[in-house]
Design a protein around this ligand. Structure first.
Ligand SMILES: *[C@@H]1O[C@H](CO)[C@@H](O)[C@H](O)[C@H]1NC(C)=O
Ligand SMILES: *[C@@H]1O[C@H](CO)[C@@H](O)[C@H](O)[C@H]1NC(C)=O
Ligand SMILES: *[C@@H]1O[C@H](CO)[C@@H](O)[C@H](O)[C@H]1NC(C)=O
Ligand SMILES: *[C@@H]1O[C@H](CO)[C@@H](O)[C@H](O)[C@H]1NC(C)=O
Ligand SMILES: *[C@@H]1O[C@H](CO)[C@@H](O)[C@H](O)[C@H]1NC(C)=O
Ligand SMILES: *[C@@H]1O[C@H](CO)[C@@H](O)[C@H](O)[C@H]1NC(C)=O
Ligand SMILES: *[C@@H]1O[C@H](CO)[C@@H](O)[C@H](O)[C@H]1NC(C)=O
Length: 620
């Protein structure tokens, strides 16, 4: 049929057509019939395929992606490896053995004790990418670093632990090079004066020269006082030293003692490290708190699912509380987001800010779904009713409301919806990169829609279509040129109205959290969209942040002409590029059921305490 019609059209002359038709013995009635049939078929064809036509949208639209071959992905992994080499070679040439490269001026900066943080943070990325030459060049410096600083120089405990101690331990785990274990042991011991607080929670910093836990500030923030348990437990395991293990267990016990009744079982953000009690009721999954929630599940996973205290007391209750209280959907686009709240007595306020830092959370949820029998927690010997029995009635009720759902589904939906919003905050911008913080819009009369409220409506209405906040959404396509300046309020208001959020902090600091979640979602669900979204992010990184000697943070994602700033954080090499690489290679060298990533993306192998270790270290 197409051939005949094509032939007719090419001949472009009615007489010729009539002659042609008669030669073929075709009457007008035949033609009419054929035309009617073809219109019918075409309509059928169009209707049938129109959905898949629509699906042919570009990957950035987040709908459908053409199947990619293994070859395409391995080529993309190679491009990430080349990006790593570009960044690391720039650092080696202009900044080694100092901490970080300043990628615009080619200067260096010592912002993390001056022990070569970029090199140490990058060791395991090199090993995973098979970059032996770079690894060998870094090793002598790592072996010789003097971890003591002159008197009156404070070493920040949290950053030093997650970057240096984590980096050394992970490189040791991948190579079994004893000199690395010895360096980790020295460093872990040097840092240990921070545990001299009466609660056992670490102080902010230590003076490694004078053996003094250097901070007089009695208030510690959650992320900083809890994000060392993986490192010290694993350090204790590989060195067989009780004191390292003790630091981890002391904190776990101190957390377990805290009365979390008012915060619904969730750890608040600020703690008094003298008394070991929370000092406020601010709840967050973003800055100051993030890895505090991450480490409870991960501590359980790292010890081969034996450390139940961390799982019960914190992970299950905290996740439940977050899902019930801190997740909302935006009014128009129905973007699912996580925010933070402050409470004084009964006065509860949500900021409705959504931080890039909180984009690790969907990955953590997906990891939980992948590793825990969420709907059969009794098989782990956990009595969930018991976990919530000490909480005020409203929190118990909220937990019971979850019983209408399959918990694994619920957690995975939350993960997918949140990670999609993280992706959209990238895709919506002319740079293709995501801002540090956005302020979500509220509905009419400043109304807010808690996700679980929307979920209950969806359920009672027959669970039709995707759950609220979860279905595929298009990126924002506005007039980017109209929104290029932060100062121009009228224009950015228009953008905010249609995006459903206003950008609060326009910077992109080369952060990993979004691609970290894409990586975990890809590995745990096999949904290839996460790979495509990660690729879109990587392309934007290449296009916008690359400099002649490395990669630079940028100061405004919402402009066609972004300005680079003179900073390349070590986590860009340790985390962002590592997660992107692991997202694109087919065979995962550090699969999620055998390895646990610390909060700086340093993988440690899952291990079990032996019976004698348990006895010696006083572990249950
Ligand atoms: C920094 O180094 C790169 C690569 O060697 C070079 O192309 C660039 O001009 C240098 N920039 C400055 C400001 O020196
Ligand atoms: C390490 O640095 C400290 C402080 O600067 C110094 O006192 C000590 O002698 C150094 N140790 C070595 C082995 O160089
Ligand atoms: C925990 O705190 C709540 C509220 O302040 C209080 O009612 C409850 O008795 C406390 N529980 C324990 C075990 O101290
Ligand atoms: C779980 O705990 C509740 C109260 O804390 C108790 O009533 C119930 O019997 C327990 N369930 C099981 C299966 O032990
Ligand atoms: C908003 O509040 C006003 C005044 O209280 C009320 O009249 C109006 O119906 C509200 N609008 C919506 C959409 O709830
Ligand atoms: C429930 O579903 C019906 C039909 O699909 C729709 O018209 C109605 O608006 C829904 N109600 C709510 C509260 O979403
Ligand atoms: C936006 O501005 C750029 C550069 O000024 C121009 O090339 C582009 O065509 C403009 N786009 C629109 C949609 O106006």
């Amino acid at each position: 049929m197409t051939i005949i019609l094509g032939h007719i059209l090419r001949n472009n002359s009615t007489a010729k057509i009539a002659t042609f038709l008669r030669h073929k013995g075709i009457s007008i009635r035949h033609v009419t019939f054929a035309l009617a049939l073809s219109i019918a078929l075409w309509t059928l064809y169009y209707n049938y395929l129109s959905r898949s036509d629509e699906l042919q949208l570009s990957p950035e639209n987040g709908f459908y992606y053409p199947p990619e071959t293994s070859k395409v992905w391995s080529d993309r992994a190679l491009q990430v490896k080349n990006a790593f080499l570009h960044a690391y070679h720039g650092y080696e040439r202009y900044a080694f053995p100092h901490d970080e490269l300043k990628p615009l001026t080619n200067e260096s900066i010592n912002n993390f004790n001056g022990w070569g943080v970029t090199a140490v943070d990058s060791l395991d990325t090199m090993l995973l990418m098979g970059l032996q030459e770079e690894y060998k060049r870094a090793l002598p410096m790592v072996r010789q670093t003097n971890f003591s600083l002159p008197e009156n120089f404070d070493v920040p405990f949290f950053e030093t632990t997650i970057r240096y101690l984590g980096g050394l331990l992970s490189a040791y785990a991948l190579t079994k090079d004893d000199t690395l274990r010895a360096r980790a042991d020295v460093l872990g011991t040097l840092l240990s004066p921070v545990f001299k607080s009466t609660s056992g929670f670490p102080m902010f910093s230590v003076d490694t020269y004078s053996d003094y836990g250097g901070s007089d500030n009695p208030v510690g923030v959650l992320a900083e006082i809890s994000s060392f348990q993986l490192e010290y437990a694993f350090l204790g395991k590989v060195t067989s030293k009780k004191e390292h293990v003790d630091h981890a267990t002391t904190a776990t016990k101190a957390f377990a003692k805290a009365n979390l009744s008012l915060s619904g079982g969730m750890y608040p953000t600020r703690w008094d490290i003298t008394t070991g009690t929370p000092t406020d009721l601010q709840l967050s999954a973003g800055a100051l708190a993030d890895s505090g929630h991450e480490y409870t599940l991960k501590q359980y996973l790292l010890t081969a699912k034996t450390d139940k205290a961390n799982l019960e007391a914190s992970d299950i209750r905290a996740t439940t509380h977050i899902i019930n209280n801190l997740l909302f959907v935006s009014p128009q686009r129905q973007l699912l987001y996580i925010t933070d709240m402050s409470a004084w007595e009964d006065d509860i306020e949500f900021s409705h800010q959504f931080e890039h830092l909180a984009c690790f959370f969907p990955g953590l949820l997906a990891l939980g779904v992948h590793t825990l029998p969420l709907d059969r927690l009794d098989t782990l010997g956990i009595n969930v009713t018991d976990l919530f029995k000490d909480l005020p009635l409203k929190h118990r009720k909220a937990y019971e409301a979850l019983a209408h759902f399959n918990l694994a589904d619920l957690h995975l939906w939350a993960a997918q919806g949140l990670a999609q919003t993280c992706y959209l905050t990238y895709a919506d911008q002319p740079t293709g990169l995501g801002p540090e913080t956005v302020q979500m819009r509220l509905g009419d009369n400043n109304s807010e829609t808690p996700w679980m409220e929307a979920m209950q409506v969806w359920r009672t209405n027959g669970s039709k279509g995707s759950p609220p906040g979860v279905g595929d959404k298009r990126q924002w396509v506005g007039d980017f040129n109209a929104t290029t300046t932060e100062e121009d309020d009228s224009d950015s208001d228009t953008a905010a109205d249609t995006r459903d959020y206003e950008i609060r902090n326009h910077d992109y600091y080369l952060r990993p959290e979004a691609v970290e979640s894409f990586y975990i979602l890809w590995r745990t669900t096999g949904d290839v969209r996460w790979r495509h979204r990660g690729w879109a992010v990587f392309e934007a990184i290449e296009r916008v942040t690359k400099t002649p000697s490395g990669y630079a943070s940028i100061s405004n994602v919402d402009t066609l002409d972004p300005e680079q700033s003179d900073s390349m954080p070590s986590y860009f090499l340790a985390e962002t590029l590592k997660y992107l690489y692991l997202l694109f290679i087919d065979e995962d060298p550090v699969p999620l059921d055998k390895w646990v990533f610390n909060t700086e993306a340093h993988p440690f192998p899952v291990f079990q305490w032996s019976t004698s270790e348990k006895a010696i270290y006083g572990l249950l």
